[in-house]
Design a protein around this ligand. Sequence first.
Ligand SMILES: *[C@@H]1O[C@H](CO)[C@@H](O)[C@H](O)[C@H]1NC(C)=O
Ligand SMILES: *[C@@H]1O[C@H](CO)[C@@H](O)[C@H](O)[C@H]1NC(C)=O
Ligand SMILES: *[C@@H]1O[C@H](CO)[C@@H](O)[C@H](O)[C@H]1NC(C)=O
Ligand SMILES: *[C@@H]1O[C@H](CO)[C@@H](O)[C@H](O)[C@H]1NC(C)=O
Ligand SMILES: *[C@@H]1O[C@H](CO)[C@@H](O)[C@H](O)[C@H]1NC(C)=O
Length: 765
Amino acid sequence: MDSKQLELRFLLTLLGVFFISAVAGDENGDYYVGVGIADVTGPAADLGMMGYANPSQSAKGIHTRLYSRAFVFRDGPNTDDPLVAFVSADIGMVDQLIKFRVVEKLNELYVNGPFNPQNVLLSGTHTHSGPGAYLQYLMYGITSLGFYEPSFNAIVDGMVQSIVRAYEKLQPGRLHINSGIVQNANINRSPSSYLANPPEERAQYDSDVDKQMVLVRIEKADGTPLGAINWFAVHPTSMNNTNRLISGDNKGYAEMLFESEMNPNTRPGKGEFVAAFASSNLGDVSPNVMGPRCIDTGLPCDFEHSTCGGLSQKCIAFGPGTNGDMEESTEIIGERQYKVAKNLFNNLDSTATQLKGAVDYIHQYVNMTNYEVEVVNPLTNTTETVTTCPGAMGYSFAGGTTDGPGLFDFVQGELSDNPFWNLIRDVLMLGPLDPVFQQCHYPKPILLPVGLAHQPYEWVASVVETQILRVGNLYIIGIPGELTTMAGRRLRKAVESVVVANAPDSETPHVVIAGLSNVYTHYITTYEEYQKQRYEAASTIYGPHTLQAYLKQYDILAASMLDGTNLDPGTPPPDLSGNQFNLIGKISRDTTPFLKNFGDCLLEPLPIVNPNDTVVVKFAGGHPRHDSMREGTFLLVEKCEECGDDTGSERWTTVATDADWSTKFHWSRPKFLSTESVIEISWKVPADALPGNYRIRHFGYHKPAVSIAATPRAYQGETRIFVVNGTGNNIVYHPKWTSEHKQPSKINSAAQFWHALASSVKDWK
Ligand SMILES: *[C@@H]1O[C@H](CO)[C@@H](O)[C@H](O)[C@H]1NC(C)=O
Ligand SMILES: *[C@@H]1O[C@H](CO)[C@@H](O)[C@H](O)[C@H]1NC(C)=O
Ligand SMILES: *[C@@H]1O[C@H](CO)[C@@H](O)[C@H](O)[C@H]1NC(C)=O
Ligand SMILES: *[C@@H]1O[C@H](CO)[C@@H](O)[C@H](O)[C@H]1NC(C)=O
Ligand SMILES: *[C@@H]1O[C@H](CO)[C@@H](O)[C@H](O)[C@H]1NC(C)=O
């Protein structure tokens, strides 16, 4: 044989190996895996936040950045092997338009590529501290004054980027699944509803919330950790509705702890290891584990209605932080999740198994306004066909929850209506409600018949996405809303039994619920919980049989996926991007205080600070909404290396960005109707901060004062050098450091005057 023949034989052997691994690969648990992370932080100020529907809760800056975390799993080495993409993003919920655009953009990048609406599942962690105004249905724009494109684009671009990063890094790898209990991190916020479920069903569980965390460990073929996904049911509402800084809440904090441990010496969102703390059946689950109490008397609230003296506003649940401090509560609840996740990741015990078997997926669009399902009538014991209803919110929707109470005199558990609110409703809806529609939702007293409102465009979704991703014996159920604890348990059981019936030889299936996926449709309670009409039931928009309809639908999906029957894809919902509008004020221009420039420091740090101190500085800045600095930062805390000598080797290394928990980026106006922006940056010096010379820098954009149409221009500024003090260290002070606590004066110098004048002249051009 000559060398050519040898080469050919070698090539054929190689192909043979590939062929074998492509066919039998998944049976050995060999997948192609990739993980990716990207920034989805949208407009950082002056935009309503998504979650509490509180119009006064508009963003005023950033505590932590928000990220999209993507996980791509492929069955084998070939580009046409079955592939699924699971994404968990630190956002309130995924919207239909987000799903449409993410898949479209992926198909622009990979023409005839592997991505489609069926195998891409997008899930939101449900943080209540992210920017809103990105959802296509009208209902969700009300408190944020409409739809704001930059907010939408930040999420789409970040999600696409994270999926691309995961896909481009696909490599042979393995997956393990493990589960464990998280103690003291969640409570049921509607326990009186939960008690309405049958006693024999409740007797199967030892808690009224799911305490189990399910974790997937992702590693390279050589065992090197790549990433993790876990599902644990809890609302990221440790930060309450008075918070004004963008935050990933308890899930975001847990993600940051896990990732920063696995990616040492990298800033948040920049490391290789990706850990998603994804949402699940969190509908009735609160992180505020101290429970609700009356804020005036400290006594327990009314159990059925969560009121104090008849008012929901006085009944609030608090987290475990000292005196109810929400930031500390976020840390504690985040850390409890992180510790269990890390333990499950590192200790694959006897209950942990390696995932083996096919990669598969199934998806169908269904119209939830008239879904037919058979139920047993408990009064007659006969089977009858019932349907879901066009969407409606009950009175108790406006009562809110103990995590964020609602408005006026609305309370939870409201079974009767009120002529005053009915009149307002009928005036708004141009006529009295159809009795058939009312009957469909019974016993819900209807406040907002949103499913009947089609003007100026749809208020809520009629058509939803239903989806299951399969990776071996892991089944990820993408559900378009928030299932309560018991509703989630019923759905998992239903899918489990379909899997067992259709694939009896396979190992125990692991069924997880990915909440807030693909499109938002509020809550899904059990039929029994629905009768109580607390907030979750009043927000079960398709009526009392919603869960029953989903049980049937996911049963069909799972069975069709396993036996390979084709399913009608269903009719996609409308793309309402052309209908969107907003009443969000434009930023016509930015100005600075007299004789100041953009980026000038207005408040300098103290010359010497100690670990645990908080450094606070201020800058004259531009409006942060010009650019959210996605994938970048509004600030840097930098430490000087090799400072203090004149060898010229001085370097500044990044210690923190605006994504770090230790920093806060805060925007404000000095007074009402001012066009000036005051940027306040704080940095809590970590207990283990290295002693040395530090500075804080700020970056932003400003819109020139005169030319209205001009595009914003970049600016930057920095503080004086300050020293972080430490024991037993000889700090070499930077030559420019001064012990004087000098503050910039109103008019520093003639030079500054001319500088300011010159830059205003530049703006004229
Ligand atoms: C939010 O939390 C803060 C403590 O961090 C507390 O002072 C405030 O009363 C809470 N507000 C609500 C509405 O829960
Ligand atoms: C959903 O079904 C209802 C009732 O049959 C129908 O009127 C409506 O047009 C459907 N919606 C969509 C978006 O197909
Ligand atoms: C319905 O069936 C259950 C169990 O089979 C039985 O206990 C109950 O008495 C029946 N109810 C009626 C109204 O027939
Ligand atoms: C900073 O705080 C930590 C934790 O509270 C404490 O252990 C440490 O001693 C403090 N360090 C200084 C320098 O005060
Ligand atoms: C710096 O740290 C030393 C040792 O902890 C302490 O004695 C000193 O007071 C600190 N200096 C300042 C200015 O805080």
